[in-house]
Ligand binder design. Structure first.
Ligand SMILES: Cc1cc2nc3c(=O)[nH]c(=O)nc-3n(C[C@H](O)[C@H](O)[C@H](O)COP(=O)(O)OP(=O)(O)OC[C@H]3O[C@@H](n4cnc5c(N)ncnc54)[C@H](O)[C@@H]3O)c2cc1C
Length: 429
């Protein structure tokens, strides 16, 4: 009755910890031989934080991340268009947390090894194919680099959390074609910099296609923060956008000149970019919503199921919620296809709606609407757009994505914070 999990990213590791919590045997297969703390900043929405706290990770999250106080929107002159409290400051029962993706992945990994032992993860092996039979499934594991067969593992079901470039999704849905590219690229970096605003604010400046996002993901002493930034710029159509590799290095000079004038009184963006040691680039892509996340004994989860534009801070959070719902379904229905179908029914339409809402710019749409009315900036934002109209952009997104304060606070946690029982018998063969 083992559950095979493909990929030890945030979603796969959360699923492993959750299955351990509910007493379902599992084994994670990860293509990379040695996990390292890769990536930059991500945001965890209160609903996802609740689930990670339920897994006993409160101390780690609170230590590693920053509790986001506000999200604030600015035009390309640094004038404030809209600002709203987030997390507990907005009335949620749980905080929103800005955190380094790699640090979170390492915390999940470390916790999994402590609770389940090293055999819980088989690293350095890629799931390249699988065969189903009436009684189960056999996954073929190959070497990531050279492609030779390493092993075969049997399970009842396989949950593919193998990321935005999921091989499993390609096998299940060979006709879905290429990702949708928004004809822009994103450059990302992390830099130690003087604290800005209240040291807890996520900032989004500019308009669609030319945007600068910056927020602290950790404190450095009393006056400095580790700041994660993302710069989005339009790209030439012949740009190599199909190479989606989280480890693809970019050039500071590709991005710095375009933001040379963005010296705001609350943040010096050229200084922030210029002070960054290394930047990475990633194309602005998403995928069309899928008509199903399950096929026989296999289900997609996390980015494998729903790569979305990084707008509205939902990517990682939705993967974590997927994992918790999947674990509850596998507990309730056993490791059966019924469990996978139940998971699909509960999650797919909800998350597909977020993919579509993000295509419409999510809450960031307020920036484009204000820029259209006041392209040269403004003296008084209320004269450009009244407060209620600006507030509506965010409220519409929160309702469309099921993330409003009322809705999230009304939900009970997906599994609860029951303590996992000792490890014996919890791992699959
Ligand atoms: C190296 C890296 C850096 C990232 N950096 C950022 C960032 O800075 N900001 C951001 O917003 N998002 C980032 N992401 C994406 C972010 O982690 C996801 O959007 C989100 O957390 C959902 O996670 P996931 O577990 O579904 O996918 P991922 O976190 O992408 O994890 C997928 C995992 O599956 C493994 N894998 C892939 N194919 C196979 C296979 N065939 N067999 C076995 N294992 C396989 C991968 O090695 C990876 O560990 C990054 C992802 C990666 C892998």
């Amino acid at each position: 009755m083992t559950v095979l999990i493909t990929g030890a990213g945030l979603a796969g590791l959360t699923l492993g910890l959750s299955l351990h919590q509910v007493g379902v045997p599992f084994r994670i297969i990860e293509a990379i031989a040695e996990l390292r703390p890769l990536g930059f900043g991500i945001n965890l929405q209160p609903a996802a934080v609740r689930e990670l706290y339920d897994l006993g990770l409160k101390d780690k999250l609170d230590t590693l991340g920053v509790k986001t106080g506000h999200t604030s929107y600015f035009n390309n002159r640094g004038q404030e268009v809209w600002s709203e409290p987030r997390g507990q400051a907005a009335g949620y029962d749980y905080p929103q947390i800005s955190i380094h993706r790699g640090a979170l992945q390492m915390a999940l990994h470390e916790t999994l090894l402590e609770r389940c032992g090293v055999k819980a993860i088989l690293a350095g092996a890629k799931v390249s194919e699988w065969q189903e039979s009436p009684r189960g499934l056999e996954a073929v594991l190959t070497d990531r680099q050279y492609g030779f067969e390493i092993d075969r593992l049997r399970g009842s079901v396989m949950i593919a959390s193998d990321g935005a470039r999921s091989h499993t999704r390609e096998v299940l849905f060979p006709d879905v074609g290429l990702p949708n590219w928004r004809k822009s690229m994103m450059w990302r970096g992390v830099v130690r910099a003087p604290r800005f605003l209240d040291g807890r604010t996520m900032t989004i400046s500019g308009t669609k296609g030319m945007k600068f996002v910056a927020y602290p993901i950790g404190d450095r002493g009393k006056t400095q923060s580790f700041v994660h930034w993302i710069a989005e710029l339009p790209s030439a159509p012949d740009r190599d956008w199909k190479n989606q590799d989280w480890s693809r290095r970019g050039e500071i000079d590709d991005v710095l000149p375009s933001f040379a004038d963005w010296k705001f009184d609350w943040l010096d963006i050229p200084a922030l970019i210029g002070g960054t040691e290394a930047v990475w680039e990633w194309p602005m892509v998403d995928r069309d919503p899928l008509p199903s996340w399950t096929e026989g004994r296999v289900a997609l989860l996390g980015d494998a199921a729903h790569p979305m534009y990084p707008i509205g801070s939902n990517g990682a959070s939705q993967g974590i919620l997927d994992a918790r719902v999947m674990a509850r379904c596998l507990r309730d229905h056993g490791t059966t296809t019924l469990a996978l179908q139940d998971y699909d029914a509960e999650r797919r339409e909800v998350v597909n709606a977020i993919i579509l809402a993000n295509r419409e710019q999510g809450p960031d749409a307020v920036l484009d609407a204000v820029a259209e009315r006041a392209p040269e900036g403004f003296d008084n934002i209320d004269e450009v757009m009244p407060e209620a109209e600006r507030r509506a952009f965010s409220e519409r997104y929160q309702v469309a994505t099921g993330m409003s304060v009322a809705e999230v606070n009304a939900q009970s946690s997906i599994i609860g914070n029951i303590q996992a029982e000792p490890i014996a018998g919890r791992l699959g063969d």
